[in-house]
Structures are given as structure tokens and as C-alpha cells.
Ligand binder design. Structure first.
Ligand code: ZN
Length: 133
């Protein structure tokens, strides 16, 4: 299965992987298809959002941090990363992207992000293609 290995550098970080996913699409020689981009992790997720203004990612991380603080009364999970688990589920473990004429179909401002919430770590991103029959 096509796999990306992504090294993250911060505890919470969005790493854009659009170009890497497009390389897998190109290597597979796909024309009309779809891609499932999936992370096999419980403290990282994947999402599609703006890649033009880096302040958008900054503001998303800021907002997630406000909504789900690292330390909050009542957390029980002994590993001490309950916020990471919650944020990962908020983003989701996968996203779908359409492929047309060998290219990811993304809006002008859209990029695919691995969302790290308990880094730095090395993360896997699995990509499965669904070909039109
Ligand atoms: Zn944990």
C-alpha cells in the first residue's frame, strides 16, 4: 500500500502533505479515481484546509488548543495526552480526495494536512486508491 512517512517537529503541528500524495497518484498512473488518505494513529489526524495563508493553520491550532486544553480537570487517561486524542478525533483519521486526469481535485486554496497532536514523532500516512470501473 502506498505509504508516506512524515516526521513532525512540534507537539501540535499541521504538516502539508499535498505534494507527497500527488506524487503517489502520479506514480500509480491514475486517471479518474479517488484517494483515501488515512492515518493509523490515535493522536494524529488528517484534514483538508487552506494552504495559502499560514495564519489559517496557526488559528486552527490556537482554536483547538482553546477548545481542548492540554491540562483540564477530570482527565483520567494516565498517559497525559487526553487532549491529543480528542483533537485527533475532531480532525478525523481519514479524508477522501477525488482524482481527475491524474491530478488531485482540490480547490484553489485547499491542501491536505497531517495533523500532529502529540509530537514530535514519525507518523505513517496510508493512501488507498479507488479506481473508477
Ligand atoms: Zn494516550
Amino acid at each position: 500500500m502506498p505509504t508516506l512517512e512524515i516526521r513532525t517537529r512540534e507537539r501540535a503541528q499541521f504538516v502539508e502533505i499535498t505534494a507527497e500524495v500527488q506524487r503517489l497518484v502520479s506514480a500509480a498512473g491514475l486517471t479518474s479515481a479517488a484517494a483515501i488518505v488515512y492515518v493509523p494513529h490515535t493522536t494524529a489526524g488528517v484534514t483538508i484546509n487552506e494552504n495559502a495563508d499560514p495564519d489559517v493553520v496557526h488559528d486552527m491550532l490556537l482554536t483547538l488548543g482553546r477548545l481542548v486544553p492540554k491540562d483540564a480537570p477530570g482527565y483520567r487517561h494516565a498517559e497525559g495526552n487526553s487532549d491529543s486524542h480528542v483533537k485527533a478525533s475532531m480532525m478525523g483519521a481519514s479524508c477522501h480526495v477525488l482524482i481527475e486526469e491524474g491530478r488531485l481535485v482540490l480547490g484553489t486554496w485547499q491542501g491536505i494536512y497531517l495533523c500532529e497532536f502529540d509530537g514530535p514523532r514519525t507518523r505513517q500516512v496510508y493512501v488507498r486508491f479507488l479506481r473508477d470501473s
